[in-house]
Design a protein around this ligand. Structure first.
Ligand SMILES: NC(=O)c1ccc[n+]([C@@H]2O[C@H](COP(=O)([O-])OP(=O)(O)OC[C@H]3O[C@@H](n4cnc5c(N)ncnc54)[C@H](O)[C@@H]3O)[C@@H](O)[C@H]2O)c1
Length: 274
């Protein structure tokens, strides 16, 4: 339960973690603005949570500025903005530096991941922080990934941009904490959504691709509950999968050993596929 949040915006609210979070926030009495590039999905979720739908491409700064302006004018001050929309395309041909995606087609996956996984968070903060500071505070939640603390095997662009997203969230928290801006960064491992090859409403809790099942898959609802608990505690780092904390410590203690372990894990994933 988050008592001081009346209005929240969730990007990527049309599916997966964002959709579950919209539903959870609605149950907690929050008016939810569902923002997604998939207009039909945003409208369906908004109808479900008696909220408002906005079609937006978070990679486009004008779209993001207009979204924030329209919500604040038509609905009211945004107390909580969740930058959740994110994408990953996979390495093509096992090449970490490949331009194109291996699992999903895209012209330039580096540019696309950079714009959606990082710059969208910057665009939201650029438009919102001055407004929030003026009214005495606000909450920004940025959904990154455990890949932003560790690595996503088979997706270098996702790994690099999620690391950047964690770095930006830290910078926001340090720079604007004294202004009353609260910041959390969410770093999940596998979650049963379309991102790992599991369709909405499928109820599947295993399968998908990329070796995600190795360490346990959470449902989007479980992750939404963790996010809300983290917000209620005003915790900067929201780890939905507790083992990530151990991995982060092991990586920091001996980086070479960590890389060696990840290579071994990669070999296992490749062997399982062939
Ligand atoms: N599923 C996982 O295993 C997992 C693990 C760690 C982190 N994450 C992160 O969680 C977040 C949500 O992912 P998910 O698993 O729910 O995936 P998902 O694919 O189910 O949902 C992503 C949503 O973002 C929307 N979106 C994509 N590009 C957009 C754009 N340019 N503008 C607006 N909306 C856009 C999609 O339409 C979709 O509704 C992402 O940031 C992802 O990186 C997911």
């Amino acid at each position: 339960m988050i008592s001081d949040v009346a209005i929240a915006v969730v990007t990527g609210g049309g599916h997966g973690i964002g959709r579950a979070l919209c539903r959870r926030l609605h149950r907690d009495g929050v008016h939810v603005v569902v923002a997604d590039i998939d207009k039909a999905a945003a409208e369906a979720v908004a109808a479900d949570v008696h909220g408002t739908a906005h079609a937006v491409d978070v990679a486009n700064e004008t779209d993001m500025a207009m979204l924030i302006e329209r919500v604040e004018t038509d609905t009211g001050p945004i107390d909580l903005f969740v930058s959740n929309a994110g994408v990953g395309f996979g390495d093509a041909d096992g090449n970490a530096a490949s331009r194109h995606g291996g699992m999903h087609q895209v012209d330039d996956r580096w540019e696309t991941c950079w714009q959606i996984n990082v710059m969208a968070h910057v665009f939201a903060a650029r438009a919102l922080v001055p407004r929030m500071v003026k009214r005495g505070g606000g909450y920004l939640v940025n959904v990154a990934s455990a890949a932003g603390l560790l690595a996503q095997i088979g997706d270098a662009a996702y790994t690099a941009t999620k690391h950047a997203a964690v770095g930006f969230a830290e910078a926001l928290a340090i720079t604007h904490g004294d202004d009353g801006i609260r910041v959390s960064v969410v770093c999940p491992q596998a979650v049963a959504t379309r991102m790992i090859g599991i369709e909405d409403d499928s109820d599947a809790m295993e399968g998908g691709f990329g070796g995600n099942e190795v360490d346990g898959i959470l449902s989007a609802d479980e992750v939404a509950d963790c996010i809300v608990a983290g917000i209620a505690d005003e915790r900067f780092l929201i780890l939905t999968h507790p083992q990530v904390s151990t991995y982060v410590q092991r990586r920091a203690a001996d980086h070479d050993r960590w890389i060696g372990g990840m290579r071994k894990f990669r070999r296992r994933i490749i062997a399982a596929k062939t």
